[in-house]
Design a protein around this ligand. Sequence first.
Ligand SMILES: Nc1ncnc2c1ncn2[C@@H]1O[C@H](COP(=O)(O)OP(=O)(O)OP(=O)(O)O)[C@@H](O)[C@H]1O
Ligand SMILES: [Mg+2]
Length: 263
Amino acid sequence: MASITGKRLSLHRSLEDQQHQNDALKSRFAQLQHLANMGTASYMIAHEINNLLTPLRNYATLALNNPDDKALAEKALQRVVRNCERASKITESMLAIANGQTQEKKEARLLTLVEEIFTCLCRDFAKDGITVETCIAQDLTVWAVPVQIQQVLMNLILNARDAMLPHGGVLTIKATERSDAVEIEVTDTGDGIEPADLKNIFGSFFTTKTGKNSPSEYSGSGLGLAFCKKIIDGHDGLISVESKVSQGSKFKITLPKPQSGNS
Ligand SMILES: Nc1ncnc2c1ncn2[C@@H]1O[C@H](COP(=O)(O)OP(=O)(O)OP(=O)(O)O)[C@@H](O)[C@H]1O
Ligand SMILES: [Mg+2]
């Protein structure tokens, strides 16, 4: 009898020990998960802010070099302020994504979002021999976190530009409204993507823009499309690509409309 009670007690103790170990492991896992999220957030913020830094420097330089042209300097400085505001919104939104928080979606006019991206880029695409064609109805809206959709489009536009350098080409941004979704296509007439690479491009750190292969002065980090996918997944949407080597690429985004009663 005594031995059964003893066994029970020791079993009970060992269960308690296991429970403590389990709790300790769970709390350690939560800490590590938090650290991993912060790592992702740092990468995302650095990547997206870097996209804004070149235009910021260009606008600031424009203002500095033209102190006598008050109107031009003022306009350039307004753009600097606008880009800084965008940078802080991006930081906020990236931290939220990394922490697994959902941000408030709202109805946003797509054409305005696209126009703002080109303003932020401060780059005359025509100088690179690139014609930009936008085919978006004035009143077309998307149900989205505006700053995040701008990040997606900005990454797609920058990739399209890289693919068309140095010869130039045509960049088309087209949107179509369906009954339950809005489809956005970003098409370029650039280098295209090797069939073997197609399955890798949405993965983190996949880039073909290294050293002398890079069309711009910077090497790629291979994170742009991975972030695009993360953002579009967070909108319950889809992102896909069709591409032909030497002919160009088409990235297609499908953003669902809100269910009735959801807006
Ligand atoms: N429009 C495009 N035309 C041709 N290749 C493309 C296009 N978009 C993406 N790619 C290919 O997909 C790869 C991954 O793109 P992604 O935007 O993720 O990274 P990246 O542009 O190389 O670097 P970054 O992190 O600076 O954006 C590119 O290196 C390129 O090989
Ligand atoms: Mg990119």
